[in-house]
Design a protein around this ligand. Structure first.
Ligand code: NAD
Length: 254
């Protein structure tokens, strides 16, 4: 049976993926700020290091997969937290575990979003992320808005993945990203409850071509496949699991 590690396994999509993988008999090491095998605050350097060290201790022989799933919604405050958790913690933990994943020719599955293409790669916030300048990215996003913070962090992590696919593949690590649409989790509940963004998000959900919003298992089912040996030629892909909303918005662009 395989050995997986993930962040954000306490609730939502991560909790459902953890449940499904464990049900199949796999070992899943879960890192989260709330509850899990390793408790760590991924917004700060110490927490990221604690996550990497803890996973190394629990999986000394390597990982078949790593899923940095922890993420904060566009309504999280301060906005710099979104940059720290959704982008910089993901890069730090993937880089920190790279050799452990390579040991088993394992895979990394990032969690992007159908909102990622809504912000340009040339956006100054995305650029600061991609330059690896956490202080500059945090300063920039404090002058912007929650949507830019969230979608921009997801844009940046997707581009980071694409830029690093070749090097990681050469070193024995297969990288992909899933890009979920609106999924009914505590994160979405927080956005729905927000005065500014709640209504817009609900209206967007109503426009989704294939059935509005997703349940966590509909996302986790696809993630489990992408991690499995059945998907072992899937590399560098961004898999939209969004009821057709990306196709609706960007039909000619892929
Ligand atoms: P969720 O809030 O249920 O889960 C997020 C998890 O991340 C929680 O367990 C939380 O405790 C953990 N977390 C947050 N901050 C942390 C920190 N500083 N340190 C460690 N752990 C921390 O939300 P979800 O919807 O299941 O989100 C999972 C992933 O899916 C996120 O990356 C999110 O951006 C992405 N996503 C969600 C949706 C959606 O509509 N729900 C859509 C697209 C992408």
């Amino acid at each position: 049976m395989a050995v997986y590690a993930m962040t954000g396994g306490a609730t939502g999509i991560g909790a459902e993926l953890k449940r499904q993988l464990r049900q199949q008999g796999h070992q899943v090491i879960s890192v989260d700020i709330k509850e899990g095998d390793i408790i760590a605050d991924l917004s700060i350097g110490e927490g990221r290091q604690a996550a990497v060290d803890g996973i190394r201790e629990l999986a000394p022989h390597g990982l078949d997969g790593f899923i940095p799933c922890a993420g904060l919604p566009p309504v999280a405050k301060p906005l710099s937290l979104i940059a720290q958790v959704n982008y910089f913690a993901v890069v730090a933990t993937v880089e920190g575990l790279r050799d452990l994943i390579a040991k088993k020719r394992g895979s990394v599955l990032l969690v992007a979003s159908n909102s990622a293409p809504m912000i340009g790669t040339d956006d100054p916030f995305v650029q600061a992320c991609l330059e690896g300048d956490e202080a500059a990215a945090c300063a920039e996003i404090e002058t912007r808005d929650g949507h830019t913070a969230y979608a921009g962090s997801k844009r940046a992590i997707t581009i980071w993945m694409r830029r690093n696919v070749v090097e990681y593949a050469g070193g024995g690590v297969r990288m992909n990203a899933v890009a979920p649409g609106i999924t009914m989790t505590p994160l979405t509940e927080q956005v729905y409850a927000d005065e500014e963004l709640g209504q817009a998000m609900k209206q967007f959900g109503e426009m989704v071509p294939w059935g509005g919003t997703a349940q966590p298992e509909q996302i986790a089912n696809v993630m489990r496949f992408m991690l499995s040996e059945e998907a072992d030629f899937v590399c560098g892909s961004i898999f939209f699991v969004d009821g057709g909303s990306d196709a609706m918005l960007r039909s000619d662009d892929f």
